[in-house]
Design a protein around this ligand. Structure first.
Ligand code: DMJ
Length: 937
């Protein structure tokens, strides 16, 4: 046990005012609960836990080994092309690349994971490599936030465990604080970012030239995200306390003080982005996910690590607001900081999955169990948590970059409850990673959880966090060579020792302002002390909380904004009219519209337009309902637009040595066999001659019965399709002729017909960008015979397996999963049903003869004061899920193209303008709704 009294998963120094003991008691809960579980989910045997732990080790070796072999010293591994990602050498992915500083990011981020996973020898080697190879002085602009949590945190975590090992006397005997010296060097490099009047850091810095010098190419930004400015204290304070250089902790505290000062005083919430010079909130929406997440996390953890009450007081004030406005169990929904009863969006992002873990640390177990269970239901439906999903659990953004937040919360909930259910959850996560994300050269992010297609990306946080939490979930105390309870996890899961709380404390409180109102403790009735009693008395407690949520995802009905004013219910008033229920021919509905200040305008060309004037509403409550109704309509219309466009398809390489492990994102065609309605097409590939497929094929014997590869260009897609079909091909893959194009950076591409009847084309046609196409072409060069599966969704590898390949080498984890083929087959077919069910629900809704569907409204003429608001897929200035700012165009926008621009009959996937609206008279709310879809992902 540490000097700081570390207990549970990092507890604070228990020597404070009584009410500040909330977190301390939470930690006590964690310990007592784990030892009392007797009934409920079947306990997991020690052997099974060990087996799963070993599986995690094998998976880590696969990820780390491939990074070291094929990517190092690059920052990250590109697992599909099996090479390193070097910034500047790959097409830019926008702000995501700001994490890459040419400093061997993945190696540094993995350091303390090696020790947790008992790979001490490898740790020693890795530290030597960092000291020998890593340069922190590159002329590259990096994100201050990412560099802090991943690199500074990685070096400090490495240092913390290096000195622990050295003290134990066997490993690292040569170590002389070298990692700490590097951390200090990096700390000084980040300090110029804080040169603002507010003390909030600039979002980016040039590692070599700092900020604002001409060579720096950065320093003109005015905004940063709250998490970006508020997620420094753990690393900076640790750096100060390790080194005695107080400046780091001072700067981080000053930034936190400023954010606290700027909180919205009536709601006690903070917005997503803030102007670093004026302190004005730039984005006034507020949640617990992207852009804000780790600000809250660091307030509570700063209290735990530094023992400073002011941080707990701030956290509790915010937490009270979160539970009052944002938490709508099991959902967590963004609201507007000035009008916190108004939801700012109708979807949630995947980053909020860390929140149940934080609630455990706080001691508030019930909502943690509820939200976690809801997230687990979403995962069971899609195998992974999509980057964003709606309140009725449809996919809003289908990517999944192997984020660890859900595993993190699972670990903390297991620690808190001791309920073996959470071990089963962890087992599912392991199985899904092996089944769907594992590729021969590491683990690949999911490009689309619906199709199972991959992205050539394995982020460093996958090694820093995912394996740590999964391993710890199944580990017993004796499986780890040190006491994990003596450390606190940073947001990147780096370990900082709790004894820092009593070291070099001189900076403490020097700059931290204090201005609080005592909290009403009844807000925390259900916090740890209660739980402590509940668990021993009722071991089924967690299960009883989960039970009502078991079908929350599958049985959920489509819904838009879910918050309905409490006072409406209290007064017995009818809930407000929902956009989805609205029928233009229903007189009662028209009456309600009028009350809400919404008028229906019938345009000359037969289209209908809705306009709202808040001042014409019968009351301010009706005006608010009207605004919400308009917001729902906009959301519905944009949703429907998305649905009108064809979803991506998958090309899965099924032959040796891929065995279905590589899944490429493919663009659909608006003609030929529809893969979503028919069975997939499987066949060997063959290049057509001529390669552009623009005339009768000269090698029909080669493509007969195969899937023909054709190059894009020189004639219409439909013409290519006809030529290969005439030659006997069973399908076609068009490969982009623009070298370097990739689905990682380009929007989805749809192949349109030629403006004529294309019913004669019966074979399926898919489009691959050049990078994905090269993966197939390279495979042909290497293995000659390459078999692929064209489908709407990657198929389970166990089903795909060619009997002839039965004896081929498989990773051990896969062998395990293959033994369960029967189970897998049934679960995958169930999933298909769910998808069908989902789409048929939507069709029936839209085909209602009387309803004014959002599609009708899409065509309304624009009279909106703000055109950008009306089309949520255009011109998005956003912050991404790591809390950075990015442009969403590439991700949300979908293209549809033919080969020739000149064809007048072709549908170009032009954007249909969604409903335009006038939202005058209520400027503040207009801003809130403008923000709704412009969110950081
Ligand atoms: C990690 O880099 C950190 O956890 C950060 O706080 C946000 N999330 C990513 C991984 O998803």
């Amino acid at each position: 046990m540490s000097e700081a009294g570390g207990r549970g998963c990092g507890s604070p120094v228990p020597q404070r005012a009584p009410w500040s003991l909330v977190a301390a008691t939470a930690a006590i809960c964690l310990v007592s609960a784990t030892s009392v579980w007797t009934v409920g989910a079947e306990p997991m045997s020690r052997e099974e836990k060990q087996k799963l732990g070993n599986q995690v080790l094998e998976m880590f070796d696969h990820a780390y080994g491939n990074y070291m072999e094929h990517a190092y010293p690059a920052d990250e591994l590109m697992p599909l092309t099996c090479r390193g990602r070097v910034r500047g050498q790959e097409p830019s992915r926008g702000d995501v690349d700001d994490a890459l500083g040419k400093f061997s990011l993945t190696l540094i981020d993995s350091l303390d994971t090696l020790v947790v996973l008992n790979k001490t020898k490898e740790f020693e080697d890795a530290v030597r490599k960092v000291l020998r190879d890593v340069n922190l002085d590159n002329d590259v602009v990096v994100s201050v936030f990412e560099t802090n949590i991943r690199v500074l945190g990685g070096l400090l975590g490495g240092h913390s465990l290096a000195i622990m090992l050295k003290e134990k006397g066997e490993y690292m005997q040569w170590y002389n604080d070298e990692l700490l010296q590097m951390a200090k060097q990096l700390g000084y490099k980040l300090l110029p970012a804080f040169n603002t009047t507010s003390g909030l850091p600039y979002p980016r810095i040039n590692l070599k030239f700092g900020i604002r010098k001409p060579e720096a190419r950065t320093g003109t930004e005015t905004d940063t995200c709250t998490a970006c400015a508020g997620t420094l204290i753990l690393e900076f304070a640790a750096l100060s306390r390790f080194t005695g250089a107080t400046i780091f902790e001072e700067y981080a505290r000053k930034a936190l003080d400023f954010l606290w000062e700027k909180r919205q005083r009536s709601s006690n919430l903070v917005g997503v982005t803030i102007n670093i010079h004026t302190g004005d909130w730039v984005r006034k929406d507020s949640g617990v996910g992207a852009g804000i997440d780790s600000y809250y996390e660091y307030l509570l953890k700063a209290y735990v690590l530094l023992g400073d009450d002011s941080f707990l007081e701030r956290f509790n004030t915010h937490y009270d607001a979160i539970m009052r406005y944002i938490s709508q169990p099991p959902l967590l929904l963004d609201v507007h900081i000035h009008k916190p009863m108004l939801n700012a969006r109708t979807w949630m992002d995947a980053l909020l999955a860390f929140f149940p873990g934080l609630q455990v640390l706080k001691g508030d177990i019930r909502p943690a169990i509820e939200t976690h269970e809801m997230l687990y239901q979403v995962i069971k439906k899609h195998n992974f948590l999509p980057e964003a999903f709606t309140t009725d659990f449809r996919v809003h953004w289908a990517q999944h970059p192997l984020r660890p937040e859900f595993a993190e919360s699972t670990y903390f909930l297991y620690k808190a409850t001791g309920d073996p259910y959470y071990l089963e959850v962890g087992k599912t996560l392991i199985e899904n990673l092996n089944k769907y994300a594992r590729v021969p050269c590491g683990f690949a992010a999911m490009k689309d959880v619906r199709t199972g297609s991959h992205e050539d990306r394995m982020d460093s946080f996958f090694l820093a966090e995912m394996f740590k939490y999964l391993y710890l979930l199944f580990a017993d105390k004796e499986d780890i060579i040190f006491d994990i309870e003596d450390y606190i996890f940073t947001t990147e899961a780096h370990l900082l020792p709790l004894w820092l709380s009593t070291t070099n404390q001189s900076i403490s409180k020097k700059n931290t302002t204090s201005e609080y109102t005592e909290l009403d403790d009844s807000n925390f009735d259900w916090t740890c002390p209660n739980t402590q009693i509940l668990f021993p008395n009722d071991p089924l407690y967690a299960q009883s909380i989960r039970e009502p949520l078991k079908n929350v995802v599958d049985k959920s009905c489509p819904r838009g904004i879910i918050r309905v004013r409490e006072e409406s219910f209290r007064s017995g008033a009818k809930p407000p009219l929902r956009a989805r229920d609205f029928m233009a021919t229903n007189p009662e509905h028209l009456e309600i519209l009028k009350k809400m200040g919404v008028s229906l305008i019938h345009l000359k060309d037969g289209r209908v337009q809705l306009v709202q004037h808040a001042i014409q509403a019968a009351s301010s409550i009706d005006a608010e309902d009207g605004l919400r109704f308009m917001q729902e309509m906009i959301e519905l219309s944009s949703q429907q637009q998305k649905e009108q466009q064809l979803p991506p398809r998958a090309v899965q390489i099924v032959s040796h040595p891929f065995f279905g492990r590589v899944v490429l994102t493919a663009g659909p065609a608006q003609f030929g066999l529809d893969l979503s309605k028919h069975k997939e097409t499987r066949g060997f590939v063959a290049s057509s001659k001529p390669y552009n497929g623009c005339s009768e094929l000269t090698n029909p014997e080669a493509v007969m019965g195969k899937i023909a590869l054709i190059q894009r260009g020189q004639c219409m897609f439909a013409e290519k399709a006809r030529n290969i079909q005439n030659a006997g091909a069973i399908g076609g893959i068009v490969i982009d002729d623009n070298e370097g194009s990739s689905s990682d950076t380009a929007p989805l591409f749809q192949m349109a017909g030629d403006g004529k009847d294309t019913d004669d084309i019966k074979i399926p046609m898919l489009f691959l960008f050049s990078k994905e196409g090269s993966i197939i072409l390279d495979a042909i060069r290497e293995y000659e015979e390459v078999e692929v599966l064209l489908s709407d969704k990657a198929k389970d590898r166990a089903i795909l397996k060619d009997p002839e390949m039965e004896n081929e080498e498989q990773p051990s984890s896969e062998n395990d999963s293959q033994n369960q083929s029967a189970e897998q087959i049934s679960s995958s077919s169930q999933e298909v049903d769910l998808v069908d069910q989902e789409s048929s629900e939507e069709n029936s809704l839209n085909s209602h003869p009387e309803s004014l569907s959002p599609a009708d409204m899409d065509n309304a003429a624009s009279i909106s004061p703000s055109e950008q608001t009306s089309n949520p897929t255009e011109n998005h200035e956003t912050a991404n899920l790591n809390g950075e700012c990015t442009d969403l165009d590439n991700q949300l926008q979908e293209q549809s193209e033919t080969e020739e621009d000149s064809n007048p009959n072709v549908s170009w996937g032009k954007k249909v303008q969604p409903i335009d609206s006038i939202l005058a008279d209520w400027n503040e709310d207009i801003e809130a709704f403008e923000m709704m879809e412009k969110d950081e992902l």
